[in-house]
Write a protein that binds this ligand. Structure first.
Ligand code: URA
Length: 237
């Protein structure tokens, strides 16, 4: 494969942009400045790539990542009022069709997954895939065991026909609880807490299935390993 095609595969843009990067002397491949965009490259053999002085994580055809979403970012490529979560990822990822798995509200923080593997994104967003999503809720009014019981038994949301129940609820203190849900309805946690007579002041997603956000710092992202994908019931392609 010619070098410029390899750069395209790594997300550096179209044919013209990738050829120009090499012509500008911006590409260092395996420690050697690349002078010719026609140079033959075997992607499986490449050990390192530096573009514009920035080391690039060599991407396999399909890759998967977790972002710790901060508040005031929209889960959208075309945000309306705030910045896009895609601004927190390398710009090259957008060229490779990286999409978010579901959405978090603009004020919700925590775990958001992404991939360029459409099958992964689709299967995890599908209503048929039952992956519990665990949220830490900070409430406006004190939380009681009664509220936890209501959430577990099911609450009727405004404009819904059927009740929705949490699969697990743990009271942490007077104003905070962890709750898991398996569906992904619009504003679901906020509406469930409202239906239980309280109000969400803060919402933070701490886990999806067995995969925890852990100590990933706010605004940071990292790749997911094949073992972590298995925790989500998915085998990496
Ligand atoms: N439920 C909500 O209400 N908001 C989110 O962002 C996620 C779940």
């Amino acid at each position: 494969m010619e070098l410029y095609r390899f750069l395209q595969q790594q997300g550096f843009g179209g044919r013209k942009a990738c050829r120009e990067l090499v012509d500008d002397g911006a590409v260092v491949l395996d420690g050697m400045p690349a002078a010719n965009w026609r140079m033959a490259v075997d992607p499986a053999q490449v050990q390192s790539l530096v573009v514009n002085d920035e080391p690039w994580p060599l991407l396999p055809p399909f890759f998967y990542l977790m972002l710790h979403k901060p508040a005031a970012y929209e889960t959208s490529h075309q945000p309306q009022h705030h910045r896009s979560v895609f601004r927190l990822l390398p710009w090259q990822f957008a060229n490779l069709g990286v999409a978010a798995v579901g959405r978090l509200d603009v004020d919700t923080t925590g775990m958001l997954l992404f991939s360029n593997d459409g099958q992964f994104v689709h299967s995890l967003s599908s209503p048929r895939k039952v992956i519990p999503k665990c949220y830490q809720v900070t409430a406006r009014h004190p939380l009681t065991p009664g509220v936890a019981q209501q959430l577990l038994e099911g609450v009727l949301l405004h404009d819904e026909q059927e009740t929705l129940a949490a699969t697990a609820v743990t009271l942490l203190d007077d104003y905070r609880l962890n709750m898991s849900i398996t569906q992904g309805k619009y504003h679901q946690v906020k509406r469930m807490i409202a239906a239980a007579g309280n109000r969400v002041e803060g919402l933070h997603r701490i886990a999806m299935g067995e995969l925890a956000l852990g100590d990933l710092a706010e605004g940071q992202w990292r790749f997911l390993s094949a073992d972590e994908l298995l925790l989500l019931g998915y085998t990496a392609r």
